[in-house]
Design a protein around this ligand. Structure first.
Ligand code: KIV
Length: 279
């Protein structure tokens, strides 16, 4: 089984072979996604909302990311594992940023992802790639900027905004980023950026023309609450499957039909004799 690397990404873009990606936050989901043939698995800081029940991604810490990245990496044999650098783990100080990125690589990630493209972020990308840490960028709607963006809003809605995002994407590319996620932008904006960049773009709510697509796994499994974003496609109804299994289990325990003869252990006959338990 061949391991997906940053070189695979470039080759796939050049060949027009769409890159596929999903998030995962645990070992078994990562294993199933890997066995199904996904190209890369993102340990997204979306785990703050999906797994930990917070209102936004901004509460996730680098220690949280290390635990979940390790779990996913143990399940992914072929897919590349990309770990999100969480809020404030790379913003305060360049040295701390590289140190934290290095920790995620040590726990099993093949690359890290970070949001934005200010001059400072570009210097983080440069320093990481120079240190042997592959970096994926993230532009358009950037969830860690939720409070400054004023909510979940589509970005890049004008030609000026499209050119601004393209400029940021080019800066990321020049700094050494091997790919860039474009989140919640009009498809024409994503198409324009994809055509003017050498590195691949990975779209989420960015239309059909990106080099690849990523979705939050719990959205496609139908497992995250009742809300599915406009850009996500639901392939299963896991929340119903889970609720149905739990209700059946409750009924079976209450009625005594669980556990059955085949689901328990028995003492040998001699031991039963000793305990006067033979009928
Ligand atoms: O955290 C995440 O799941 C992400 C995706 C939305 C790309 O960054």
């Amino acid at each position: 089984m061949k391991k997906v690397t940053v070189k695979t990404f470039q080759k796939m873009k050049e060949e027009g072979n769409k890159i596929t990606a999903l998030t995962a936050y645990d070992c078994s989901t990562a294993r199933y996604e890997d066995e199904a043939g996904i190209d890369f698995i993102l340990v997204g800081d979306s785990l703050g909302m999906v797994i930990l029940g917070y209102d936004s991604t901004c509460t996730v810490t680098i220690d949280d990311m290390k635990v979940f990245t390790g779990a996913v990496a143990r399940g992914a044999k072929s897919a590349m594992v990309v770990a999100d650098m969480p809020f404030m783990s790379y913003h305060c100080d360049l040295k701390e940023a590289v140190h934290n990125a290095g920790d995620l690589i040590r726990t099993g990630a093949g690359a890290v992802k970070l949001e934005g493209a200010t001059d400072y972020i570009i210097s983080v990308v440069k320093r990481c790639t120079e240190s042997g840490i592959p970096v994926m960028g993230h532009l358009g709607f950037t969830p860690q900027f939720l409070n400054t963006l004023g909510g979940y809003k589509v970005q890049g809605k004008s030609s000026d905004d499209t050119l601004k995002i393209l400029k940021q994407a080019k800066q990321l590319e020049e700094a050494g980023a091997f790919a860039v996620v474009l989140e919640m932008v009009p498809e024409e904006c994503a198409k324009y950026i994809t055509e003017h960049l050498n590195i691949p773009t990975i779209g989420i709510g960015a239309g059909r023309y990106c080099s690849g697509q990523i979705l939050v796994s719990d959205d496609i499994f139908g497992k995250y609450g009742d809300f599915t974003p406009k850009f996500a496609r639901k392939y299963a109804n896991m929340s119903e499957v889970i609720k149905d299994s739990v209700s059946k289990y409750i009924d079976d325990v209450k009625t005594g039909s669980f556990p059955a003869e085949t689901e328990l252990f028995k003492l040998p006959e001699e031991e039963l004799k000793q305990l006067n338990l033979l009928d």
